[in-house]
Design a protein around this ligand. Structure first.
Ligand code: 2P0
Length: 336
């Protein structure tokens, strides 16, 4: 991050927190944030210091599949980061990002112990940064007594990781791209619609850490993929279609558009250089199976993120058929 950009982030944070930046912290605080899966994806930034996206995106949160983060004040020279009970090496990318975020929002002499853990083992295969920075933001808001409005918490979470802006709520959440250079309008908010029959199936192909981070993958795609030129227009159109379909309770349109959106995002990745293919052979086997089942009349769709795992979209009335076809699937009911 250049010094000028870092200064711009500090100036914005100081403006948002005002005199609350120097509040006395509580002894400890804790917060929960769910994982989220984008139905219309975030892939590409117009600015990298504030994590400002080129397009809006829309996600569904995964209920009890998330992260709980506890914070306590420590008398130590550095923050201490604990992940699932184990101390994280201060040089790891996770610890570096967490400490950088904390140093932007806390008084310089305040150091914390950050104890963060997945609430369910399956959460381990879902991207950790979104729920991690959302839980960290909520817990810090509580520890420091900031009492910030939700849109500002969303913007603060975004500084840690773009998709974290969407993980502050349950249900459907929309992150609007915004236009301001300091991101004050690049915030997420929950949609009113509920969809109790909606089911998400996690199909884990691999839980290995990916070789290329989303952050690096997006940058590579934008700079080297000619196909990316068509992405912003499709992404905005898909987002609008999905939002309308959610309001109408139109499963086929919502899920078909989500799958098409994910496949198109992966096409921009594959046409980057060096090519970026997150799929494994087993991913393709499972994808073919989804398409075959759909040909046979089962209304089941898939979405995938920057990794090899599938997320299936279907409704409760087909859960037994989906479980019979994919015995290893983990089914999530986002609204129950
Ligand atoms: C999404 N992904 O909308 C998309 C789909 C991956 C594929 O948000 O650089 O980890 O921290 O802003 O938030 C992953 O991106 O990236 C992501 P940064 P982040 O869910």
């Amino acid at each position: 991050m250049s010094q000028t950009n870092a200064d711009a982030v500090c100036a914005w944070v100081d403006q948002v927190l005002g005199h609350h930046k120097h509040n006395s912290p509580a002894a400890q605080a804790s917060a929960y944030a769910p994982s989220n899966i984008a139905l219309s994806k975030y892939w590409g930034k117009r600015e990298t210091t504030f994590n400002l996206p080129i397009t809006g995106s829309l996600s569904i949160s995964l209920a009890e599949h998330g992260t709980r983060t506890g914070l306590s004040v420590v008398d130590a020279p550095q923050h201490e980061v604990i992940l699932n009970g184990a101390q994280v090496d201060a040089s790891s990318s996770f610890a570096v990002k967490v400490c950088q975020w904390l140093d932007q929002v806390l008084p310089a002499d305040l150091k914390l112990r950050i104890d963060t853990h997945n609430t369910l083992p399956t959460a381990a295969v879902l991207a950790a940064s979104a729920r991690g920075f959302a839980a960290l933001t909520l817990a810090t808001n509580s520890l420091m007594g900031w009492q910030l409005p939700e849109h500002q918490l969303s913007a603060l979470a975004r500084l840690g990781s773009g998709s974290a802006s969407r993980s502050l709520w349950h249900g459907f959440v929309k992150w609007q791209a915004g236009e301001q250079s300091n991101g004050s309008d690049s915030v997420a908010f929950p949609l009113a619609s509920q969809w109790p029959q909606l089911r998400i199936g996690l199909l884990t192909v691999s839980s290995q850490k990916k070789a290329v981070s989303s952050r690096e993958g997006m940058a590579r795609t934008i700079t080297t993929s000619a196909l990316y030129n068509q992405w912003p227009q499709q992404a905005e159109s898909d987002l609008a279609t999905i939002e309308t379909a959610i309001i109408a309770g139109d499963f086929e349109t919502m899920a078909k558009t989500a799958e098409h959106n994910a496949m198109s995002m992966h096409a921009t990745m594959a046409s980057a250089w060096p090519p970026l293919v997150y799929w494994l052979p087993e991913s393709l086997i499972q994808m073919q199976k989804v398409w075959q089942l759909r040909e046979q009349g089962l209304p089941i769709y898939l979405t995938m993120d920057a990794g090899p795992n599938l997320k299936l979209l279907f409704e409760a009335k087909h859960q037994a058929d989906v479980e019979a076809a994919f015995p290893e699937v983990q089914v999530i009911s986002p609204f129950e």
